[in-house]
Design a protein around this ligand. Sequence first.
Ligand code: URC
Length: 303
Amino acid sequence: MPTILGQNQYGKAENRVVRIVRDGDTHHIKDLNVSVALSGDMEEVHYSGSNANVLPTDTTKNTVYAFAKEHGIESAEQFGIHLARHFVTSQDPIHRARIRVEEYAWERIAAPGAGEVKHSFVRKGQETRVSQITFDGSRWEIISGLKDLTVLNSTDSEFWGYAKDKYTTLREAYDRILATDVSARWRYHWTDDTEPMPDWDNSYDRAREHMLHAFAETYSLSLQQTLYQMGSRIIDARDEIDEIRFSLPNNHHFLVDLEPFGLKNDTPDGAVYFAADRPYGLIEATVLRDGAEPRIPLDMTNL
Ligand SMILES: O=c1[nH]c(=O)c2[nH]c(=O)[nH]c2[nH]1
């Protein structure tokens, strides 16, 4: 049976880069995990083992560190744009570069007496910022987002009126806990080098803020409804974003049956829940600007 090579890409994954800017004794830290994936005229290396078109993955790693030194890290997106442009424009056989960046946030330790410490940091335990930068020599695709942003509403959430069959045992809920670990990816309208770029950091902060406010302010009849509110709030408020996709586990909290111990656990005040970790409902959807093309992959969580 004849065979042919299908889709392929290669590069160095998970280059951990930490850059410290020392502004007198006040230091600033950027902490990234950068993955490079290149594709182009790579038939020969697969068919015959000729490496003539292969820029070594080791070189892609070195480039990440050299660029961090030479160009700095203004934002994850900007850094990815520099790298993608470099690989595609400097190597003829490379036609496409995809750079994935995870960013870990650090905050200064505030020590009693010393005020804010200028060079001691504690890693923020909250979400991880993520982005994916793709360049094919003419068009850009920038997808940014976050994962593991854990949120909880202790009221203003109901779930009832759902379809029922002979396997349905779920009790209708008129006041439940709604909790999730938000994983979101949004796609920027910007694709063309000649157009002004968004302010990536500001856009991230605003998108995160809109999403949290919508989560807090929505009186929820389902996690699906809350998801749509979170997405549409961002699309309405941020012109630079055309599409946003969410993957939201429903982190179930079940009231514990304490009847065996003669304890009633049916009042909202002091109610005791079992926080289950699995199985969980998984609610996923994309919210689009009207007319925009859906481009964020359905299974986006490793992106
Ligand atoms: O917000 C929810 N959406 C569902 O689709 C669902 N299904 C379920 O069992 N509980 C919930 N909650």
